[in-house]
Design a binder for this molecule. Structure first.
Ligand code: 13P
Ligand code: SF4
Length: 336
């Protein structure tokens, strides 16, 4: 392991950057440890010709080793275009699977296989196939659009995938008036509010966003005049009704950067607020957020071990890769 001395400029820079987010979590000892891990990860990335892709909800110290940080759509594109021997995916399991499906020749590693997703767990391929067959009798033109927060098996029997950034666009573009939308009921509701097509929703939810209540948003609105409310479409309908903008995580970054407003309530997982605080200076970000314990299973130490021991590799049957890729490519074609 590369050692980093107490006074090293790397440690000081890290302390200045991360200490503003949380001076206790990023005290001198932690920053010294993180700086050493960051240096070792950089060395291993060069040695293994590896890149690190990180979702916007990851821990701030993970952002320090990421070659690309983004929302699910941006990460899918980055994985497809990755020119590296190895992709270490700092995010959750379905995202790492997506990276593997779009770039099957590359080795894709997820630092912790327990990093799942409550939404992805709410639909199985068998249950979806059964529901699809039942609905197809009433709606012969039925198409299945699956939010990328689902397993590769579910993607493989979908007509197209979508993310929070392009769900409305994909639904509008697909050649059917009747869409079985899986697995997020809240996102399905939001899409229904933006289209004249008929959306039949699956009954899943993200446990993180679903627990955010209108009361929490209302209290901040009342106590902070002029605050702009940015909400993720996985939130409940009554929460979205209070938002100034309903956006994917990266669209929130762009909105906050470009907006003339200087105070924002960020209604999504808390990791995004950290990224906003680090990257959008001169503006204030208030949190109406919850932590995703799956996203937080990925640590800097786990990422280092992943690169060091080449673990844990994402492996999928060829037929699943082939069929799921068709649905993901359809998404990229219809939804950008
Ligand atoms: P984004 O695609 O907006 O980043 O959302 C991913 C996710 O898991 C939200 O909970
Ligand atoms: Fe899944 Fe919700 Fe966590 Fe996103 S925030 S990974 S949807 S549980």
């Amino acid at each position: 392991m590369i050692s980093v001395s107490v006074q090293s400029p790397a440690v000081e820079a890290l302390s200045r950057k991360l200490g503003t987010l949380d001076p206790v979590a990023y005290g001198p000892d932690e920053c010294r440890r993180y700086a050493a891990q960051i240096a070792e990860i950089a060395r291993l990335k060069r040695e293994r010709k590896a890149i690190v892709l990180a979702h916007n909800y990851q821990r701030p110290e993970i952002f320090e080793v990421a070659d690309f940080i983004g929302d699910s759509l941006e990460l899918a594109r980055a994985a497809r275009d990755a020119d590296a021997d190895l992709i270490v995916f700092c995010g959750v399991h379905f995202m790492a699977e997506t990276a593997k499906i779009l770039n099957p020749e590359r080795m894709v590693l997820l630092p912790d296989l327990k990093a799942g997703c409550s939404l992805a767990e709410s639909v199985t391929a068998d249950a979806l196939a059964e529901r699809k067959a039942e609905l197809a009798r009433a709606y012969p033109d039925l198409k299945v659009v699956s939010y990328v927060n689902c397993t590769a098996d579910v993607k493989a029997i979908s007509d197209a995938c979508c993310t929070s950034a392009n769900a409305v666009k994909v639904v509008e573009a697909i050649d059917s008036e009747h869409i079985l939308f899986v697995p997020d009921r809240n996102l399905a509701d939001y899409v229904q509010s933006q289209t004249r097509k008929t959306i039949i929703a699956w009954d899943g939810n993200c446990y993180v966003h679903h627990q955010i209540t209108p009361d929490q948003v209302d209290r901040s609105r009342r106590s902070i005049p002029g605050i702009r409310v940015l909400a993720h479409p996985e939130c409940r309908r009554d929460v979205l009704a209070l938002a100034d903008a309903v956006l994917s995580t990266s669209a929130m970054m762009r909105y906050a950067r470009d907006s003339d407003a200087d105070k924002f309530l960020v209604v999504t997982e808390c990791g995004l607020s950290d990224r906003l605080l680090m990257e959008v200076p001169g503006k204030r970000f208030f949190k109406a957020c919850k932590l995703c314990h799956y996203m937080k299973m990925i640590t800097l130490e786990g990422t280092l071990d992943s690169l060091r021991h080449l673990r844990y590799e994402i492996a999928l049957p060829d037929a699943v890769i082939r069929d799921a890729r068709r649905a993901l490519e359809r998404m990229l074609e219809l939804g950008g």
